[in-house]
Structures are given as C-alpha cells and as structure tokens.
Design a binder for this molecule. Structure first.
Ligand code: 59X
Length: 487
C-alpha cells in the first residue's frame, strides 16, 4: 500500500481542486496500490467542508478554490482509522496474508459496533471514512467500503469490493471467489453479515445481478469512492467545486482505464458531463453508450442502469423515440429476473418510467400534430410494447407481484394514443416453440438490436404471447379497474 507519502503530504495544506486531484493521481500511479483510507478521508473532508450545514455561506472565491484542508486534519483521521483496525484485529500471527471469513466478520463488526446507535441511514454525505471517523455514521455502501479499506490497512490485498446496482459486499481468499455480506440492505431487513452471497432465490433477484457483480480492483475501489462523492448542498443545489472535483477524478480514472469494467461510474461521468461538458472530451451520449457496451461485454448484459442512464438523457433532451428504445432495452434485462422484495429500487425506477415519464411524453407530444410525431412510428409502439412486456415477464414466475391496477391506466392510455394503422404495422410474432417456459431465458436480444425480425415484426416473449399475453393482462387489470370505479 502506498500509504500517506511525503510527496502527498507536501501538497498540503490543500487549497484547490488540482492539488486534491494530484494526490489521487500520485496514489493511482504509484507502484504500490492506492491507499483507500487516505483517499476516502480526503474526498470526504473536501465534500464535508463544502456541503455540510456548518459553513453553508456561499462564498464567492477564485474558481476551483477549496476551504483550506490542513495536513494534521487528514493525518490524525488516517492514524485514528489504523488504530481502530489494528487495535481490534491482531494479524501478526497470520503471515500468509490471505484473509479469512472470520477476520472479515471481525472487521465488519468493528465498523458496525462503532456506528452511532440510530441515525437517518439514507442521508447524504455518509459514504466516506471522513463521515465514519468524525461522525460515526455510514450508509450501507460506506460500511462495505470501510470494511475493504480496513482489510487493506491490516495488510490483506485479497479483500475486494463487489458491487451490484443496489448492494455491496466483499470477495476474498486464495482465488478471490469467496464472498461475504458485510453490510445491511434496504429497510427492515435483518442483515446477513458474515454469510456468503445467496445461492437461493435471492440469487435470481436483480439485487445480486445474476451473479454478475462488478468485482473491484484497488483502483476500481477508488472509482467507487469517487462515484459515491455527493455534491448535493440540498435537494436543488450542488456545490460546484465538489462536482468539479468528482468530474476531474472520474476523467483521471477513465484515462487510466479503471472505469472500463464499471458501467455505473461511466454513467455517473456521463451525468456530470451533460451538466458541465469538458471541452475536448467525448460527448456525454458517447459515455452512456460506453457504459452499455461495458455491461454487455463484461456482465452479460444483465445490468439495468446503463439503459436508464441513457434513457434519462434522451428524455431530458426530448429525444423520445430514442428514450423508448433505451427503456425497452432496460426491460429486456429485467425480464430474466424474478422480482423479490429486495428489488424495490429497480421497481421504483420502472414505475417512474411507466407512470411518470412515458405519460408525460404522451401528454407533450399529443398536443402537436407534426407528421413525424412518434405516434406515427411503429418502432415506437413496438418499443413501448417491449418495455411493458419485459415488466410483465419480470412478474411471471416471481413470488412477489409487480403490476397493480395503478400501472394499467397509464399503460392503456399510452397504447391507445397510437392509431390502428400504426399499430397494424407491428406484427407480434411468437418466438419458436422450442424455448423452455419454466426457466427464464438469458436476454434474447444482446441489446444492440431491438427484437424485430427482418420484416419489422415485433417478437413478444413467448410466455406472454402464449399463456397470459400482454393484452389479456391489460384487459384483466382494466376490467378490475372498471369494477372498482363502478362500485
Ligand atoms: C440511471 C440512474 C437512476 C442514475 N443514477 C444511478 N445511480 C447512481 C450511482 N450509483 C452507483 N454508482 C457507482 N457505483 C455504485 S455501487 C452501487 C450499489 C451500492 F453499493 C451503486 C452505485 C447507483 C446508480 S442509476
């Protein structure tokens, strides 16, 4: 581990973004692995000094200036973290330096038991070791990160962060294939700390991305802490210096190749670039495409967020036809999973798209009469069907229902906006009889082509076309709604 080098110490007191970036650069380009505790404390200290309540006065200072960060502030916290870890876990006898489940559980317990008794877990700015060491508060990602940083501080180079789209755990051992829960997930769920990652029903839930998590290197763990930097001052305002630091650090990591297998970090950079494009860099649309390509290449196209990053971009930029395609591709991913109670986050994502974003699009375009309206395009209708069909298939075979009456009205409302002659141009073709009904198939489209065959036929999943197809499901929901409204 590089540790806190004299070269880095010489950059203190930190007065601007460039010197903070310089420390990350030194650590990432060092022959030793980057020091997670050091970088998390520095990132957290900068974030805290610019976003937390204490000094919210909006100072107008020279661009990229930071509130001065003294060396002793960082050094004292860094030494405190090492003291906590080395005081609790004796590793002197364990020479072979491969970590054990027992040691990982101990590190997780040290972090867990030192947290404030009760606090609002979803608050912002609780992700860094700065928050842990000064406020004894961490969010669920922060606990997992602290365990990996603690194991690094204890000399274990085999313990790494594993990331799904809504959870984090660790991998370790000789071949790096042992897994362990180290933090909690969601609300009101008993934590499973110490246990290996589920092989049971939870393995089929989106939460564990069908066993295709991002397995981090040390540099990717730096990318995770940088991604977790939160520039929010409040619900509407961002501290631009923090956003600027995060953006510069993500480009540093990008140029060093450490985002190549980390779709969400590329998506985060895309979001920042959409707000504040960096001259000379690729456009944010290219970054969203790169994130999708990364998920297809390294994670068997089983991650949803790369498509919702892209769909959100198209939506904000009024590129509605393209947004429908991205959202249909997102739905093609979720259809292979079984919905479980741990999947609330992605459920909310699809609910917002289906019941807020698409209805909004229908509202704003139906007022216009332009000939090239998306209401005249069969591929838009087809992509909407693919979107809804994926959600229906997600529900099928799941213990927990997804759709309820609230989904039906916006769904029917949307579909009915397309004239019959447009709908007639989309032929629903059942896939071959050979596909197995019981097992959910791997994603049918590898994402880069929508599911049309050569004469623009739309292929609905066989399960729907055959057993209870999309239209039947809609009719059943709608009749129920009629009953309800006629009560
Ligand atoms: C398209 C979106 C709604 C926009 N932001 C999104 N995210 C913001 C950034 N996110 C992330 N960004 C980098 N790394 C990670 S690891 C993780 C699971 C908990 F550890 C989440 C996450 C989560 C997803 S998805």
């Amino acid at each position: 581990m590089a540790g806190f080098t004299d070269r880095d110490k010489a950059l203190f007191p930190l007065k601007n973004i460039s010197s903070a970036v310089e420390i990350f650069k030194n650590q990432l380009e060092s022959s030793h692995e980057p020091d997670l505790a050091l970088l998390s404390i520095i990132g957290g200290a900068v974030e805290n000094s610019l976003t937390c309540r204490s000094n919210v006065t909006i100072q107008v200072v020279e661009p990229k200036a930071l509130p001065i960060l003294e060396l002793h502030t960082i050094e004292d916290l860094y030494n405190k973290f090492h003291a906590i870890m080395k005081g609790a876990i004796d590793v002197s006898k364990n020479e072979n330096k491969v970590c054990t489940r027992e040691t990982i559980k101990k590190v997780s317990d040290v972090v867990w038991n030192s947290l404030t008794r009760s606090y609002y877990k979803d608050r912002a700015h609780l992700q860094s070791l700065y928050s842990y060491l000064t406020g004894r508060k961490l969010d669920c990602f922060g606990v997992a990160f602290a365990v990996v940083a603690g194991c690094q501080a204890l000399g274990f180079s085999d313990v790494h962060l594993a990331l799904s789209e809504d959870h984090a755990w660790v991998v370790f051992g000789e071949t790096g294939t042992e897994t362990a829960e180290v933090t909690w997930h969601g609300k009101g769920n008993e934590d499973k700390r110490g246990q290996e990652i589920g092989k049971g029903v939870s393995a089929r839930s989106w939460l564990y991305v069908n066993n295709k998590p991002v397995i981090c290197t040390r540099a990717m763990e730096v990318a995770a802490l940088v991604s977790a930097i939160n520039p929010s001052l409040n619900a509407t305002l961002d501290a631009c210096e923090v956003a600027c630091l995060q953006q510069e650090l993500l480009w540093l990591l990008y140029d060093l190749g450490h985002l190549a297998k980390y779709p969400m970090a590329i998506g985060n950079l895309g979001d920042l670039e959409e707000i504040a494009p960096t001259p000379g860099r690729v456009p944010c649309s290219a970054l969203f495409q790169e994130a999708i390509l990364s998920a297809r290449t390294y994670y068997n196209n089983q991650h949803v967020y790369p498509y919702t990053y892209q769909g959100g971009y198209f939506y904000r930029n009024k590129m509605y036809k393209e947004a429908f395609e991205s959202w249909a591709n997102a739905s093609d991913v979720i259809r292979l999973y079984n919905y479980s109670r741990d999947d609330e986050e992605i459920y909310k994502e699809f609910l917002e798209i289906a019941n807020e974003l698409i209805p909004h699009i229908m509202k704003v375009i139906s007022s216009g009469f332009s000939a090239n309206s998306i209401l005249k395009k069969p591929e838009c209708f087809a992509n909407l069907l693919r979107f809804y069909d994926g959600i229906c298939q997600w529900e099928q075979g799941s213990a927990t229902p997804v759709l309820h009456i609230g989904w039906a009205k916006p769904l029917v409302n949307t579909i009915s906006k397309f004239d019959a002659d447009v709908r007639a141009q989309v032929n629903i073709v059942c896939e071959s009889e050979t596909s197995h009904l019981d097992e959910k198939k791997l994603p049918r489209s590898n994402g880069n082509t929508s599911c049309f065959n050569n004469n623009n036929n739309y292929c609905l999943s066989e399960e729907h076309a055959k057993s209870n197809n999309l239209i039947n499901k809609i009719e059943s929901k709608v009749t129920k709604e009629d009953e309800v409204t006629n009560l």
